[in-house]
Design a protein around this ligand. Structure first.
Ligand code: FES
Length: 84
């Protein structure tokens, strides 16, 4: 069974080789972003469950439970909520 990326209760297939932001873009999900490099925080989502793996250390301030989707992947199911 393939891994899933769930955002705001909607499931999408998860490509573990792409960032979470790239996964959302490939599914035509409208997401906020700016720098795509972990600096601005625009892509911030709330982690509901799962384990993000950061490709590079995020420079933007992260509150407990925040995920910067531009600079992390996930190897297994992960659930996020957007800050809309
Ligand atoms: S787009 Fe800037 S931190 Fe993700």
């Amino acid at each position: 069974m393939s891994a899933k990326l769930t955002v705001d209760g909607i499931e999408y297939p998860l490509n573990t080789e792409k960032t979470l932001l790239e996964n959302l873009e490939s599914q035509a999900v409208k997401v906020e972003f700016h720098c795509r490099d972990g600096h601005c925080g625009a892509c911030r989502c709330l982690l509901i469950s799962g384990q993000p793996e950061y490709i590079s250390y995020p420079m933007a301030y992260l509150r407990d439970g925040d995920v910067l989707t531009c600079c992390c992947t996930a190897k297994d199911d992960i659930k996020l909520a957007t800050y809309r």
